[in-house]
Design a binder for this molecule. Structure first.
Ligand SMILES: *[C@@H]1O[C@H](CO)[C@@H](O)[C@H](O)[C@H]1NC(C)=O
Ligand SMILES: *[C@@H]1O[C@H](CO)[C@@H](O)[C@H](O)[C@H]1NC(C)=O
Ligand SMILES: *[C@@H]1O[C@H](CO)[C@@H](O)[C@H](O)[C@H]1NC(C)=O
Ligand SMILES: *[C@@H]1O[C@H](CO)[C@@H](O)[C@H](O)[C@H]1NC(C)=O
Ligand SMILES: *[C@@H]1O[C@H](CO)[C@@H](O)[C@H](O)[C@H]1NC(C)=O
Ligand SMILES: *[C@@H]1O[C@H](CO)[C@@H](O)[C@H](O)[C@H]1NC(C)=O
Ligand SMILES: *[C@@H]1O[C@H](CO)[C@@H](O)[C@H](O)[C@H]1NC(C)=O
Ligand SMILES: *[C@@H]1O[C@H](CO)[C@@H](O)[C@H](O)[C@H]1NC(C)=O
Ligand SMILES: *[C@@H]1O[C@H](CO)[C@@H](O)[C@H](O)[C@H]1NC(C)=O
Ligand SMILES: *[C@@H]1O[C@H](CO)[C@@H](O)[C@H](O)[C@H]1NC(C)=O
Length: 861
C-alpha cells in the first residue's frame, strides 16, 4: 500500500495528478489508448454476490443487518469512503456513524509492524517469517502484530502481503511476503491473519493480484499501470492460492493491487472481485483499494469494490472522490443499485462485528503525520485544529522475544565446510562490511527505510516500521567477545593483518523496496543492482578470501542474491543467509553464530547460479509510453518449478525415517463432491432513499476544508434522467454459483485431509536443534496436464530436539493439494484414488530422501 506518509512527500504526487485527469463524474478507465494482449481479457461478472451466506459469519451479518437497515444514505456512504489523504491520524480512515457507535475506522500499515509511530516492535518481514518454516512462530508474530495494532487504536492493519508472490527475482516488494511458493505464502499468510485477528485487530490481505513488479504499477501522464496477463490455471494454482487460504483463515478485509489483470484494473475487475473472490472463494469481508488505486465511481462499485482508500479521487487533496458525495449521487440517480451499497456497508460492519471491535476497541492514540505530541488534527486541511495527537503508548510488551525468535529461526546455513560454525567464544575474529554496523546518520534517519546504510533489517517503502532500537551485529558480537576487530567499511582494508587462526566474518547485503523511493538508482525493483550484492560486496568477500583462509559470509537480503563469484572458493568456509532480521538483527545472529541455537531456516526461494537461469519472462519490464503487457508466459514454472524443468541445479542434517502414508478421506472421484447450496443473504428495502439524507442542509457539521463528506448541496435535484451506460455483460440477476465455491476459500470438500504422511525425525547430530520436513507432491501424467515435477504442499517443524531425541511429524494433505485446476470444468481435479501420486519429503526440493507412493509403499534413502 500507500506510498506517502509524510506531508513533505506530497510533491511526489504531481505526476499522478496530471496522470488521470478524470472528472468526478467519469467512469472512464482507459485514458490512454492501449492495446490489450491478444487472448487476455477479463470477462464481465455481475452482479456482486452479497455477503452473509457463510455460517461462521452469520452472527456478525445479522448484527450488521440490524444497524445497516436503519442507516441513512449519508451514514452508509461514510463507511465506504476514506475522509481523504492526511485527514486524520492514520494513513487512511473512513467516515464515522456515531449514531450506531462506529468511529472513524483507522487503517494503518503494515505487514511487519505499526508504521510511522513509536514504541512499536519492528518484527522481521515476511520473507524471514517464511524462512522459519515454523507455523507456531508465524502465528505468534501475528498475535504480536495484532496486539500492537490494537494498542495503538488501529482497526485494520494493512497486511499480510502474499502478492507479490515473488515471480520476478528483481521485484521490489517480494520481501514483504513469505517466499516464492504459493503454499509457503498461503501458510505464512493464513497463520499471520489468524494471529492478528485473534486480538480483535483486522488484517488486510494484499495486493490482489499480479503485482509482481514495482515500476509502472501506477499510471503516469504517458503510461498506464501495467497489465498482468495471467491464464486461468496459473492464476488458480499459483497467484490465487495464498489468497484462497487467507480467505479460508477468515480475513476481514482485502486490498486490491494498482495494476490491471488482463487489461482491467484490479480495483474494478468484476471477474476478479465479484467472480473469483466473492463467489468462488466466498469472501465475506470487504475489499478496499490500495492508496489512490481507485479509478472510477459507479464502475468500481458494480465490479465489487467496497471501500475507497484514502478516499481521494484522481487528484489527491483536491476534495474530490470517486465515491463520498459522488457515491451518494450515484445511488440517488439510480446508477448504483441500493442493494450494492447495502452490501458494501454490511460487509464493512459485519467484519467490524466479527472481530468484536464494537466492544472496547481503543481509538487511535498516535499520529502517522508527526512525531510530536501535538500537531494538526487534519494536516491535509492545512487550516486545522491542533491538539494532542501522539500519546506515545508503549505497545511492545515482550514482543521482542518473538521478533528475535523469528529472526533466529530464519537463519539459513548454506555452506559449513570443516564445521567452522559454530564459532567458539575465544575464536579470533575480524569483521568486515558496513552491513555489520549501524546507520551512521542514526536510527530511523531514512524515512520509510529508504536507504541502505548499516545492517539491512528490512526493505524500504510503506511495508516498514520504525525501529524502536536496533542491536547491530557489531554490538552483539562485541558483547560476546573481546577477541575481535571491526572494519565497518565496504572497501577491504589493505593494512589488515591475518593470522592462520583468524576467522573473517564478511557482511554483505541486497536491498529493494517500494516504487515511491529510489535507493542508489533502484526505483523499488532492483533495476541497477540486479541480483548482485550491494556496495561491491562480492569484492569484499573475494578480498577477504585472499587474505584469510577461514571466511564466513553473512548475508542480509530481500531475495535471491548471486554468490557464484565466491561460493566455491576454498577459504569461504561458511555462508549464512540471515534474510531480513528486523530490530533483533545482532542478537538473533549471535544466537546462531556462537552455537546457542542451531540454524533451522530454509530458503524461501531458489538461489540461481546466474540470472540467465531464469525464464526470460520473469525479467523486469519497463516502457516509456502506453501500457506494459506483462504476460505470464512461463505459467506455473517460476522459481524451483522452473529450475527443475530446465534441469538446472541450484548451488548447493536431518534424515526423516520410518515414513508412513495413510489415506484419510477417500479420493474416489476426480472432482470434489458437489458444493453446499448457498444460504440466503440479508435483504433490505431497495427503495432509493430520500435525497435529504445527504443534503448539507440536513447537518450542522462544521465543515473541514478538503475533507471528504457524503453530503451534496442540492441532492433533491438529482434525477436519473438518462440511462447509465452499464458495462457489457452487466446484469442484476444473480450469477449461477461457481461449482468450485461453497465456503470460505472454496468448496469445503477441497480442504478435507485426504492423505497424511508421517515421518520420524531423529537428531543424529551432537547439538540440540530443530528440523523442518518439507513435503512435495508429484502428480501423475494421467491428469493430462503439464504440471511441475514437484510442488511444495506442506511442511512441519520439530520442537527443539536434543541429540538422540526424535519426533514424529504428521504432514496432512488436502484434496486441493493433489489437484490441478481444470479450466474447462472450472473445478479442481485429482487423480482418482490418488493413483500415481507420489509424496516426497525432506529438507528441501534438492534433498528429498523419503518417497511415498499412493497405493504402494514409503521408502527412505
Ligand atoms: C485472462 O485471460 C486468460 C487467457 O484468455 C484467461 O485464461 C483468464 O481466465 C483471464 N483472467 C481473468 C481474470 O479474466
Ligand atoms: C432497526 O430496524 C429494525 C427493522 O429493520 C428494527 O426492528 C430495529 O428496532 C431497529 N434497530 C435500531 C437500533 O434502531
Ligand atoms: C460522517 O463522518 C464524518 C466524519 O467522521 C462525521 O463528521 C459525520 O457526522 C458523519 N455523518 C454521519 C451522518 O454520521
Ligand atoms: C449518477 O451519478 C454518478 C456520480 O456522479 C455518475 O457517475 C453517473 O454517470 C450518474 N448516472 C447518470 C445516469 O447520470
Ligand atoms: C490509546 O491506547 C491506550 C492503551 O491502549 C488507551 O488506554 C487509550 O484510551 C487510547 N487512547 C484513546 C484516545 O483512545
Ligand atoms: C526486550 O524488551 C524488554 C522490555 O520490553 C527489555 O527489557 C529487553 O531488554 C528487550 N530485549 C532486548 C534484547 O533488547
Ligand atoms: C578456545 O577454547 C577451546 C576450549 O573451549 C580450546 O580447546 C582452544 O584451544 C581455545 N582456542 C584458543 C585460540 O584459545
Ligand atoms: C550482552 O550479553 C549479556 C550477557 O550474555 C546479555 O544479558 C545481554 O542481553 C547482551 N546484550 C546484547 C545487546 O546483546
Ligand atoms: C422502503 O423505504 C421507503 C423509503 O424510505 C419507504 O417508503 C417504504 O415504505 C419502505 N418499504 C418497506 C417495505 O419497508
Ligand atoms: C523415539 O523416541 C521415543 C521416546 O520418545 C523412543 O521410545 C524411541 O525408541 C525413539 N526412536 C528412535 C528410533 O530413536
Amino acid at each position: 500500500m500507500a506510498p506517502w506518509a509524510q506531508l513533505a512527500l506530497v510533491t511526489l504526487l504531481i505526476p499522478q495528478i496530471l496522470a488521470s485527469p478524470v472528472p468526478e463524474e467519469s467512469d472512464s478507465t482507459t485514458h490512454l489508448h492501449v492495446r490489450a494482449a491478444e487472448g487476455y481479457e477479463s470477462p464481465p461478472y455481475y452482479p456482486t454476490p452479497p455477503g452473509g451466506w457463510v455460517p461462521d459469519w452469520t452472527e456478525a451479518y445479522s448484527k450488521a443487518h440490524r444497524i445497516v437497515s436503519n442507516m441513512t444514505l449519508a451514514e452508509k456512504v461514510n463507511l465506504t469512503t476514506g475522509t481523504g489523504f492526511f485527514m486524520g491520524p492514520c494513513v487512511g480512515q473512513t467516515g464515522s456513524v456515531s449514531r450506531f457507535g462506529i468511529p472513524n475506522l483507522c487503517l494503518q500499515d503494515g505487514p511487519l509492524g505499526v508504521r510511522s509511530t513509536d514504541h512499536n516492535t519492528a518484527f522481521p518481514p515476511g520473507i524471514s517469517v517464511g524462512a522459519t518454516f515454523n507455523k507456531d512462530l508465524m502465528y505468534e508474530r501475528g498475535v504480536g502484530l495484532g496486539e500492537e495494532a490494537r494498542g495503538k487504536g488501529v482497526n485494520v492493519l494493512l497486511g499480510p502481503s502474499v502478492g507479490a508472490l515473488g515471480r520476478k527475482p528483481r521485484g521490489g516488494r517480494n520481501w514483504e511476503g513469505f517466499g516464492s511458493d504459493p503454499t509457503l505464502q498461503a501458510i505464512g499468510g493464513a497463520q499471520t491473519i489468524k494471529g492478528i485477528q485473534s486480538t480483535g485487530a483486522m488484517a488486510a490481505l494484499k495486493h490482489y493480484i499480479g503485482n509482481e513488479q514495482e515500476q509502472n504499477r501506477m499510471s503516469s501522464i504517458v503510461t498506464k499501470g501495467y497489465s498482468s496477463n495471467i491464464d486461468d490455471r496459473t492464476l488458480h494454482e499459483l497467484y490465487l492460492w495464498p489468497f484462497a487460504e487467507g480467505v479460508r483463515a477468515g480475513v476481514g478485509s482485502l486490498m486490491t493491487a494498482y495494476n490491471d489483470v488482463n487489461s482491467s484494473a484490479c480495483s474494478q475487475n468484476s471477474k476478479m472481485l465479484n467472480g473469483i473472490l466473492k463467489d468462488e472463494l466466498g469472501f465475506q469481508g470487504f475489499v478496499m483499494t490500495d492508496w489512490l488505486g481507485h479509478y472510477s465511481g459507479v464502475a468500481s462499485a458494480l465490479a465489487g469494490l467496497d471501500m475507497s482508500m484514502p478516499g481521494d479521487g484522481a487528484i489527491p487533496l483536491f476534495e474530490t472522490s470517486y465515491w463520498g458525495s459522488a457515491l451518494s449521487r450515484s445511488v440517488l440517480n439510480g446508477s448504483v443499485p441500493v442493494d450494492r451499497l447495502n452490501d458494501m456497508v454490511t460487509r464493512i460492519v459485519a467484519a467490524w462485528y466479527k472481530l468484536g471491535q464494537d466492544k472496547d476497541y481503543p481509538l487511535p492514540n498516535f499520529s502517522s503525520n508527526t512525531k510530536n505530541e501535538k500537531g494538526l488534527i487534519y494536516p491535509g486541511a492545512v487550516i486545522s485544529p491542533i491538539g494532542v495527537v501522539n500519546q506515545f503508548v508503549d505497545v511492545t510488551a515482550d514482543h521482542n522475544i518473538t521478533a528475535r525468535a523469528v529472526a533466529r529461526e530464519a537463519i539459513t546455513l548454506l555452506k559449513n565446510d570443516m564445521d567452522i560454525l559454530p564459532l567458539r567464544r575465544n575464536d579470533s575474529l575480524k569483521v568486515f562490511g558496513t552491513d555489520a554496523g549501524g546507520n551512521p546518520k542514526g536510527l530511523n534517519s531514512c524515512g520509510n527505510a529508504g536507504c541502505n546504510k548499516g545492517v539491512l533489517t528490512m526493505g524500504w517503502g510503506s511495508g516498514t516500521a520504525n525501529l524502536p532500537y536496533l542491536v547491530t551485529p557489531q554490538e552483539a558480537i562485541a558483547n560476546i567477545t573481546d577477541n575481535v576487530e571491526f572494519y565497518i567499511q565496504d572497501k577491504f582494508p589493505k593494512s589488515v593483518t591475518s593470522n592462520a587462526d583468524d576467522i573473517a566474518l564478511v557482511f554483505i547485503n541486497a536491498d529493494s523496496g517500494e516504487n515511491f523511493i529510489t535507493v542508489e538508482g533502484n526505483p523499488g525493483d532492483r533495476t541497477k543492482a540486479g541480483l548482485n550484492a550491494w556496495h561491491n560486496g562480492d569484492d569484499l568477500v573475494k578480498s577477504a578470501a585472499e587474505k584469510f583462509s577461514n571466511v564466513v559470509v553473512i548475508i542480509h537480503t530481500v531475495g535471491p542474491i548471486l554468490m557464484e563469484k565466491w561460493i566455491e572458493l576454498k577459504s569461504v568456509k561458511a555462508v549464512v543467509v540471515a534474510h531480513l532480521p528486523g530490530q533483533e538483527a545482532g542478537t538473533s545472529l549471535t544466537d546462531v553464530l556462537f552455537g546457542d541455537y542451531s540454524p533451522s531456516g530454509h530458503m524461501p526461494y531458489t538461489i540461481p547460479r546466474s540470472e540467465d537461469d531464469y525464464p526470460e519472462s520473469v525479467g523486469l519490464d519497463s516502457q516509456l509510453f502506453g501500457q506494459i503487457q506483462d504476460t505470464f508466459t512461463e505459467g506455473l514454472y517460476i522459481d524451483y518449478r522452473h529450475f527443475l524443468k530446465a534441469n538446472i541445479t541450484p548451488p548447493l542434517s536431518i534424515r526423516p525415517r520410518s515414513p508412513s502414508l495413510s489415506a484419510e478421506h477417500p479420493l474416489d472421484t476426480a472432482y470434489p463432491r458437489a458444493r453446499p447450496t448457498k444460504p440466503p443473504t440479508p435483504t433490505y428495502n431497495t427503495t432509493i432513499p430520500a435525497a435529504e439524507e445527504v443534503a448539507w442542509s440536513s447537518t450542522k457539521l462544521h465543515r473541514i476544508w478538503r475533507y471528504l463528506y457524503p453530503y451534496l448541496l442540492k441532492p433533491q435535484w438529482i434525477k436519473s434522467a438518462k440511462a447509465y451506460p452499464y458495462p457489457d455483460g452487466y446484469s442484476t440477476e444473480p450469477h449461477a454459483v461457481p461449482r468450485a465455491g461453497g465456503g470460505e476459500g472454496g468448496n469445503p470438500a477441497l480442504f478435507e485431509t485426504v492423505f497424511s504422511v508421517k515421518v520420524q525425525v531423529k537428531n543424529t547430530g551432537k547439538r540440540t536443534g530443530k528440523a523442518v520436513a518439507q513435503l512435495y507432491v508429484e502428480l501423475p501424467d494421467s491428469l493430462g496436464l503439464d504440471t511441475p515435477a514437484l510442488q511444495l504442499r506442506q511442511f512441519e517443524k520439530t520442537k527443539e530436539l536434543a541429540p538422540g531425541q526424535n519426533e514424529t511429524l504428521t504432514l496432512e494433505i488436502t484434496r486441493k493439494d493433489v489437484s490441478v485446476w481444470d479450466v474447462v470444468v472450472q473445478d479442481w481435479k485429482a487423480p482418482v484414488n490418488g493413483e500415481g501420486i507420489k509424496f516426497w519429503v525432506g529438507n528441501s526440493v534438492a534433498d528429498l530422501p523419503v518417497v511415498c507412493v499412493v497405493g504402494g509403499e514409503c521408502s527412505a534413502e
